[in-house]
Design a protein around this ligand. Structure first.
Ligand code: ZN
Length: 448
């Protein structure tokens, strides 16, 4: 993944974790630990809600025989193949999961963005300027406002001082804003064990300073899926490693006697791609007519001054393996195209059973088989993981596919937060799988 690298000072601050430098080994497939998250008496510790993202985890990875821990949590909890939001990219979907809004409305419309209000600036996955994030309030801010301490062991946007403005000496200072009580600057070098240890350490605190909501994020399944494709044994090794990390978390929670409602998700799936299935934009639209903003499973383009008609003529006709639209004319089911940050034209490559296609600026010069996401959010390859397990959930429930805008309303139920107004999702999908209705608290100065 491509967030900012963790500075050394922040690494030192990463609790008492030991740093391991062993080469990563495929963990043995062991019998799942008993799911003590439901068995531990909760008289001393209130349940904590832990939102876990395993980036790029396809739900059918649970059927490959390498996920004893996750498969057990699914079998004894609630599971589904979840539909991501369009575009099926990392940052837009992680922000949807914690806001309950589609990317068109929450403002993180792509992994790479421009905004006319900030000419010359670009949003990348390392950008923590609140300007790009401030449109929609993430659940950890809502929880903090309700008096629930929160901690984030990585999540896109969690190191942003949400609601802040840039101070004079930006990037060193912001004015105002809310962060989780505990948060860490993203660092890929922080391994799974350290990530799990980090949140377990926060849970060792006395009740008064112990978080009630946590996030945890694992990147390795996505990284392997991109590099090798979803069917490759090396991707399955990464899947097994993430599964072992979940198993370790469950075991550590049990040792601590900490009941937990685990909500384990991914942001999108992964499709097999191959450079021999590439659409080269330079054969379709001239560089003197349009500027390419993004390429990949979908491409976005901005016409150069006076060249709109030429770009429309080139793009808005049938193309093999690709379809293009003006941003305002995308099919309604994408719920995408109204935000000013979305460029004027969008082209989407096919993710068909014969293999997914990709859009590039020019034809590739060497052949590679790998994986990608960003396709039609309703494509089966793009389905995302959903597993929930803990004292709030019924056992052994399989849900029909639902949209990932519904996860934030579920989290609000688990935390007892107000239902939230104007969200794109709802908790309807979970009515049959929650043991009790939410005990909602009221928010001071609540917008809800
Ligand atoms: Zn991702």
């Amino acid at each position: 993944m491509m967030f900012r690298v963790l500075p050394f000072a922040a690494l030192v601050a990463l609790s008492a974790c030991a740093f391991r430098h062993d080469p990563p080994a495929l963990p043995p497939v062991t019998r799942p630990a008993p799911v003590t998250t439901t068995a531990v008496p909760s008289t001393e510790r209130a349940p904590v809600t832990i939102l876990i993202s395993i980036d790029g985890f396809r739900p059918d990875y649970l059927d490959r025989g390498v996920t004893p821990q996750l498969s057990h949590l699914a079998a004894t909890g609630v599971s589904a193949a979840m539909r991501p939001s369009f575009p099926s990219k990392t940052f837009p979907n992680h922000w949807t999961l914690v806001t309950g809004l589609v990317p068109d409305r929450h403002g993180v419309t792509a992994n790479n963005m421009e905004d006319a209000a900030r000419p010359g600036e670009k949003f990348t996955m390392a950008t923590d300027d609140p300007f790009w994030w401030n449109t929609a309030e993430p659940i950890w801010v809502t929880a903090e406002r309700a008096g629930i301490r929160t901690g984030t062991m990585f999540w896109p946007g969690s190191s942003v001082a949400w609601g802040a403005t840039r101070a004079k000496d930006w990037p060193h200072e912001t004015t105002g804003g809310t962060r989780p009580h505990d948060w860490q600057q993203y660092g890929e070098a922080v391994d799974d064990r350290q990530r799990v240890d980090g949140i377990i350490d926060w849970l060792r605190r006395p009740a008064v300073t112990r978080p009630g909501f946590l996030t945890l994020y694992f990147d390795e399944v996505d990284t392997a899926g991109h590099q090798f494709g979803p069917a490759d044994p090396r991707t399955l090794q990464a899947v097994a490693k993430a599964d072992a990390a979940i198993g370790r978390l469950v075991a550590e929670l049990a040792t601590l006697g900490q009941p937990a409602n685990l909500v384990i998700v991914s942001d999108h799936g992964m499709a097999p791609t191959d450079s021999r299935r590439t659409i080269a934009l330079d054969t379709i639209v001239s560089a003197t007519d349009a500027r390419i903003v993004d390429t990949g499973p979908y491409a976005t383009l901005e016409p150069l001054p006076g060249r709109d008609a030429a770009v429309a003529a080139a793009l808005l006709r049938p193309h093999p393996h690709m379809q293009c639209w003006r941003k305002g004319q995308l099919p309604a089911r994408f719920r995408y195209g109204g935000n000013p940050r979305i460029p004027a034209f969008l082209c989407l490559a096919d993710d068909s059973p014969g293999g997914a296609w990709e859009i590039a600026s020019t034809a590739p010069t060497k052949q590679v088989s790998d994986g990608a996401h960003g396709f039609d959010n309703d494509a089966p390859d793009m389905r995302a993981l959903f597993v929930a397990n803990g004292p709030a959930f019924r056992a052994g429930k399989r849900l029909a596919t639902f949209d990932n805008v519904d996860v934030a309303p579920l989290l609000r139920d688990l935390l007892g937060l107000p239902a939230g107004r104007g969200l794109d999702g709802s908790d309807r999908a979970f009515h049959g799988v929650l043991i009790a209705g939410p005990q909602r608290r009221t928010l001071p100065n609540a917008a809800g």
